[in-house]
Design a protein around this ligand. Structure first.
Ligand SMILES: [Zn+2]
Length: 265
């Protein structure tokens, strides 16, 4: 939870901004001592050219294959001049990945390699959502990882998005790979957290799409019911007071339990 607070303290973090750079530095500083790949490039949009940066921390395992756990860390560019800080949207999941790094860093992994991915430019250049001008970071990586053979080694792509809501209801996301969703529900049930999972089923367009298109098993852990009628989503009301450390703990533990189940699969 402290990491969420740290991230939003920088203010709005749209692509191309000084605050965005500060969050990049914050993530890199946290990963000091770990193996980190810096995937920086430029995108050309209808609003101009922007620098984009995916940050990937790699934790090797003793089994051949990779599990990627991802979160975007940017906030919406169209909201750049507001006080929109995306505490839940981008903040919660990026913070959770920092804590997952703490949990697995420096330990021998008995299983697949785990790569933590803070991806960039997920948010679209127009509101509420504009498909061709969004998901830039993951689309770039999917292309790169298809070309260099990484995609073939990927056993699962686990996406975290809007995971901090105090009233936690993770969706059964309908574009996700069904067997992987089943495994997540099994993991949640083992830990006694099943009441927070899959009460409703909704399809979401999110960072997992480009990997699904490559045939990589992928799941989107997302709570898209954020405040009554989703009133906090992409508004300046998406602030830390709506979140709960318990929700972060639940999603983090279920994610790591799913990884453990994948390791043994
Ligand atoms: Zn968003």
């Amino acid at each position: 939870m402290q990491y969420v607070k740290d991230i939003v303290t920088f203010g709005p973090r749209p692509i191309g901004s000084t605050n965005h750079k500060k969050v990049e530095d914050y993530i890199f500083a946290h990963l000091k001592g770990d193996t980190v790949e810096d995937d920086a490039f430029t995108i050309d949009t209808t609003e101009g050219k922007f620098p984009v940066r995916n940050i990937i921390a790699k934790f090797p395992g003793n089994r051949d294959g990779i599990i990627v756990i991802a979160s975007h860390y940017d906030t919406n560019w169209p909201l750049r001049d507001t006080s929109y800080i995306g505490a839940n949207d981008g903040g919660s999941s990026s913070a959770l990945l920092l804590e997952i790094a703490n949990q697995i860093s420096g330990k021998k992994r008995d299983g697949y390699s785990v790569w933590l991915l803070w991806d960039d430019a997920e948010e679209s250049m127009r509101l509420p959502w504009y498909d061709p001008e969004s998901l830039y970071g993951v689309r770039h990586l999917a292309q790169k990882w298809q070309a260099d053979g990484t995609a073939k080694k990927m056993k699962a792509f686990l996406l975290e998005d809007m995971v901090g809501d105090a009233d936690l209801n993770i969706e059964r996301e309908e574009n996700s790979t069904p067997w992987l969703e089943d495994m997540i529900y099994q993991a949640a049930t083992r830990l006694g957290y099943q009441s927070h999972f899959f009460a409703r089923a909704v399809p979401m367009e999110d960072d997992h799409q480009p990997f699904l298109a490559l045939g990589v098993p992928a799941a989107d852990l997302i709570d898209f019911d954020y405040g009554y009628n989703n009133v906090f989503w992409h508004t300046t009301q998406d602030t830390v007071d709506k979140l709960s450390p318990k929700s972060l703990e639940i999603v983090g533990k279920v994610t790591l339990e799913t990884v453990a189940m994948l390791d043994k699969k």
